[in-house]
Structures are given as structure tokens and as C-alpha cells.
Write a protein that binds this ligand. Structure first.
Ligand code: TPP
Length: 569
């Protein structure tokens, strides 16, 4: 249906019926968990005593490779813990992987593993259609709080004498034997796309049955919509992915009036406003809501048990970043909610594969709240101090990476994360306090930031130097520029958004006539050479000490910036 692996419709491909981009093994299991989360949430939010509009099951087909990958284990534990009994996974247990038979690398009992997580498990002959039907029916009717795992024991390449049941059947090796195999399983000779009469009859019936079910659902939906016009308006806007525009939203969020403040703290105030303006926005964390400050205060918690309910807007993923990333993608594919997930920025590499798919599939409903953005983290030391992480995110196509410098830029960043249509967004926030650029009007900072980069301090004499910075380094740039009348400070919270501006705008911010340009960011310097001839960055791992000391020692101070400027020709 698509070249290579199936791809979710995006600006490059639009193959009808593809619900999810697959290919990287294991992520699909966690995507399915995301679908199940979203369906449970939609049911809890929108079903009423009189009308049930959400009650469908989520099916996923998976193989040995999917269960060998760790992401599926993280997701399976989460699914059972939150009692997602609307999820049915069918495991194609053919005892084969690519290089070898599965037993060469796999000896655990996968069925028992899933049982231990808390799933209801079934063990059937996958070639026995009655057994498949019975297991699926049982799985669908047991609303017992357990997700369902159906192990379908199968033979790969069935009928292909030369490769049947072996890893050779997985790939190209099977193709030359197909004609013979068709004969072996009783298909008529010479018919390339043979569909039997029995199959046709069966599907004729299916079509009629499905049409009746569809019509019945449409009637229920119409009645629900009539009885609940406000909810219907909200749901239809959520499905259409409608929000107020970014320009409207920045006007609706009050001035932050922050003094020196960490952007994660600013983010905490702003996410409350976002949650009001975007009712389908939900916010999860891999056990770091407390540090990342992305908790929606009156949103309730999602899940089963304790104080949780399926209508909760805060998701507790546990320390399962990889599953979190894929579950966010699954929620986005399902097409109702917009979901963010948080952790420390440095742990992005635990779910980087899912960010890649989100970017490829242009999942604009997904965003990441990544705090503790630099060596400014301090005592936690180099394991927790990102230096390569922010640049590592900027190299993804279709991903917007924001590193705002104060509370007003944080407003713009958050607003962009819920209004941007072309792909996911990473919000990079600081642990430590930083100054606000109060010399500039708050709305002008928001509007400027929405363009990705803007003049944060204009030169007062002929322009002879541009100082660029992001995040916590903008305050240093402003200080260093204070005594330099010909210096302009450009804050660049989002390179990707700036790159998308008109040439005229870009030229107005970074006039090509001014070639003396320096950039400062507490991270690796490489990407900045696109804009600057000199870069004050951190091209080494940090060390453990109070954050302000680490920053100063590694050159992130206005004094060092001034010294570096002085050394420029
Ligand atoms: C993350 C990831 N690693 C490796 C691959 C390459 N790969 C594709 S299929 C496969 C073997 C999968 O085995 P299994 O799930 O048992 O599929 P089967 O052989 O039964 O079709 C591998 C290693 C991949 N697609 N994704």
C-alpha cells in the first residue's frame, strides 16, 4: 500500500487507511497503548448515561521483534497498570526473526511475561480461524480491566516447502517460491490475485453488517450531538484540531509579570492557561511532573485506581520514557487529543526513536516539555547536564525546538506547541532562574518570539555587531551589549520557526551587511556557525558543582562573552 513500511498520511504521502507509521519494531505496541488511552479518555469525557459514542477496541498485530524491543515491555506494564481492557494485541508467534530462528536469541515465555504484567492471555493455533474468532470474541467481551494478549502460533511462509517455518521465509527469499506455495495451499493455478467465492460471500455479509453498525452509530451520534451541543462543539473542534490562532492566544494569556524566574516555573503558570484555551490538551510525565512543572492543576489524573479516572488530563507514565514517546504518538494518531510528555532534557535519548517517528509522521498534536536544559542543572553533574541534546533535537526535520529566554518567550513557545500544524514541538526549559527582558514590552517579546528570532535589544548607534543567544544566555548577551552602542542582541528561541520566515524578515533581524556576529548558547557550538562567525558554547561534558559555578567555569557569563567580543576583529 505504501513503498516500504506503511506511513501515516502526511504532507508527502496520503495512503488511505494507514493509521500509524510502522517500521521501527516495538513502537507499534506502545502506539496501540496510546490509542487505547485516547479511546478510554474519549469515552470518559464524552459518553453520557443516554448515549455511548466511544466504545471501540484497539487491535494491534505484533511479532517476536516487537516483544524483544524494550519499549513494548514499558508500554505493556503501563497498559495493565491502568487497566486498558479495550486493547487487544495479536502476537504472530512464528518462532522466526530475521537472522535466525527466534530460539537463537529468545528463551523467555512471552505469554507468561504478559500474564505477569496483568494481561489476560490466550494461546491459540493462529491458522485455525475458528480459534482466532473465539479468542477475539472472548477478548472483546471480557471487560475485566485486563488488556488482552492473544498468542497466535503460526508457521511463516506456510505452503512454501523450501522455506516454510524458517527465518528464510521472512524476506525476499520467499518470493521465488510463491507460485508453488499457492498451489500447496489449494489456490488455482495462474491467478495472481485470486479471491475465492466463499471469501467474496463472507465479505459481502461483512459489508452489510458494518454498514448497519455504522448507520446505528451515526444515529446515536446525532442524538448525542443534539442533547449535548457544547460537548459536541468541543469534540468536533478537537477532531478537526482547531484552536484559537497563536496571535489570538498570546493576547488571551495575561502578562506574566515574572521577576527572575526559571522557564520551567513560567511554564507551569502558562500550561494552566493553555489547558483552559485548548480543552483537548493533556499533559503527562515520566515521573517528573514535580520537576518539569507541567501538571495541569485542576485536570485530574488519568488511569485506574487511587485518585485516577479516565477523564484525567495528567498522565503518569512511570519511569518509562520510551513508552511515553510512543504512547504520545498513539494518542496523536487516534486524532482527538493533543498530548505533551515531560522529562529532563538529558533523557531525550531514551525516547529519541519515537520523536523521529513523530517528526516523520508530522504529529503536530505531540509536544515534549524538557526541563533542566543545560549545564546550569548543577550538582546532579554531567549525567544530568545536557550539552549535545538541544542541538541533537534541532537536526530532526519537522521538529520545532524552543529554548525560550524568559517568561514571555515561554508563552510564545507553549502557544506555538499547540497551534503549529506541521510537526511536533520540543519545549526546552531551565531549572534555574533567569532575568526577564523587561526593557522590552511583554507583547512585543511574545510576537517576536513567535517568529523564531527577533531583535531583543536594538543598537543605539550604527550596527556593528550582532550577538545571538537563546534561553539563559540571552540575559548575558543583554548585559554584554549594554556598553556597546553598535551592538544588537537577537534572541533566537526557535531556529526552525525563524528559518520559515520571509527573507525580508530574516534580513531585518540579521542584516547581511553586518558580518561581525557572535552566538552564545550553553551547549555544543556546531549549528551556530550557520549564523555566527564566533560561538561561545560548551563543547565538552559539564561537571558537578552548583549551577552558577558550572556555568561560569565553562564560560557562560557576560564577562566571558564581553572578552570574546573584544577578541573579535
Ligand atoms: C527497531 C528495529 N530494529 C530492527 C529492525 C529490522 N527488522 C525488521 S523485521 C526484523 C525481524 C523481526 O522478527 P519478527 O518480529 O519475529 O518478524 P517475522 O520474522 O516473524 O516476520 C528485524 C530485525 C526494525 N525494523 N526495527
Amino acid at each position: 500500500m505504501t513503498p516500504g513500511h506503511p506511513e501515516f498520511p502526511n504532507s508527502e504521502h496520503n495512503t488511505p487507511g494507514i493509521e500509524c507509521t510502522t517500521g521501527p519494531l516495538g513502537q507499534g505496541v506502545a502506539n496501540a497503548v496510546g490509542f487505547a488511552v485516547s479511546e478510554k479518555m474519549a469515552a470518559a469525557k464524552y459518553n453520557t448515561d443516554d448515549h455511548t459514542i466511544f466504545d471501540h477496541h484497539i487491535f494491534a498485530l505484533a511479532g517476536d521483534g516487537c516483544f524483544q524491543e524494550g519499549v513494548s515491555a514499558e508500554a505493556a506494564a503501563f497498559a495493565a497498570h491502568e487497566k486498558l481492557d479495550n486493547l487487544i494485541i495479536m502476537y504472530d508467534a512464528n518462532e522466526v526473526t530475521l537472522d535466525k530462528m527466534a530460539e537463537y536469541t529468545q528463551s523467555e515465555d512471552i505469554l507468561k511475561r504478559y500474564e505477569a504484567y496483568g494481561w489476560e492471555v490466550f494461546d491459540i493455533d493462529g491458522h485455525d480461524l475458528d480459534a482466532v474468532q473465539a479468542a477475539v470474541q472472548a477478548a472483546k467481551s471480557n471487560n475485566n480491566g485486563k488488556p488482552k494478549f492473544i498468542k497466535c502460533n503460526t508457521i511463516i511462509g506456510k505452503g512454501m516447502e523450501e522455506t516454510e517455518g524458517t527465518n528464510a521465509a521472512h524476506g525476499e527469499a520467499g518470493v521465488p517460491y510463491v507460485d508453488n506455495a499457492k498451489k500447496n495451499i489449494g489456490l488455482p493455478d495462474g491467478e495472481k490475485w485470486y479471491v475465492s467465492e466463499g471469501t467474496r460471500d463472507f465479505f459481502k455479509g461483512v459489508q452489510a453488517k458494518n454498514k448497519a453498525t455504522y448507520d446505528e452509530w451515526q444515529n446515536t451520534y446525532s442524538a448525542w450531538k443534539k442533547a449535548n451541543p457544547d460537548m459536541a462543539k468541543e469534540l468536533e473542534a478537537a477532531i478537526a484540531d482547531e484552536t484559537p490562532s497563536a496571535e489570538e492566544m498570546i493576547k488571551q494569556i495575561p502578562a506574566t509579570e515574572a521577576s527572575a524566574e526559571a522557564t520551567r516555573v513560567s511554564g507551569n503558570k502558562i500550561i494552566q492557561e493553555i489547558a483552559k484555551l485548548v480543552p483537548n490538551y493533556i499533559s503527562g510525565s515520566a515521573d517528573l511532573h514535580g520537576s518539569c512543572r507541567n501538571y495541569i492543576n485542576d485536570g485530574g489524573n488519568f488511569g485506574a485506581g487511587f485518585d485516577k479516572s479516565y477523564a484525567g488530563r495528567n498522565l503518569y507514565f512511570g519511569i518509562r520514557e520510551h513508552a511515553m514517546g510512543s504512547i504520545l504518538n498513539g494518542i496523536a494518531y487516534h486524532g482527538i487529543f493533543k498530548a505533551s510528555g515531560s522529562t529532563f532534557a538529558v533523557f531525550v535519548d531514551y525516547f529519541r526513536p519515537t520523536i523521529r517517528v513523530a517528526a516523520l509522521a508530522e504529529l503536530n498534536r505531540v509536544s515534549y516539555v524538557l526541563t533542566h536544559d543545560s549545564i546550569g542543572v548543577g550538582e546532579d553533574g554531567p549525567t544530568h547536564q545536557p550539552v549535545e541534546t538541544v542541538s541533537g533535537l534541532r537536526v530532526f526535520p519537522n521538529l520545532n525546538v524552543w529554548r525560550p529566554s524568559d517568561a514571555e518567550e515561554t508563552v510564545a513557545a507553549f502557544v506555538s506547541s499547540v497551534t503549529h500544524k506541521e510537526g511536533p514541538t520540543a519545549l526546552i526549559f531551565s531549572r534555574q532562574n533567569m532575568d526577564q527582558n523587561d526593557a522590552m514590552d511583554y507583547m512585543a517579546r511574545r510576537e517576536g518570539a513567535l517568529k523564531g528570532a527577533y531583535v531583543a535589544k536594538k543598537e543605539t548607534a550604527d550596527l556593528d555587531l550582532i550577538i545571538m543567544a537563546t534561553g539563559s544566555e540571552v540575559q548575558h548577551a543583554l548585559k554584554a551589549a549594554a556598553d556597546l552602542p553598535g551592538a544588537r542582541v537577537v534572541s533566537m528561541p526557535c531556529m526552525e520557526v525563524f528559518e520559515a520566515q520571509s527573507d525580508d524578515y530574516k534580513e531585518s533581524v540579521l542584516p547581511s551587511s553586518c558580518t561581525k556576529r557572535i552566538a552564545m548558547e550553553a551547549g555544543v557550538s556546531g549549528l551556530w556557525y550557520k549564523y555566527a562567525s564566533k560561538v561561545v558554547g560548551v563543547d565538552r561534558f559539564g561537571f558537578s558543582a552548583p549551577g552558577d559555578i558550572v556555568m561560569k567555569e565553562l564560560g557562560m557569563s557576560p564577562e566571558n562573552l564581553s572578552a570574546q567580543i573584544a577578541s573579535m576583529n
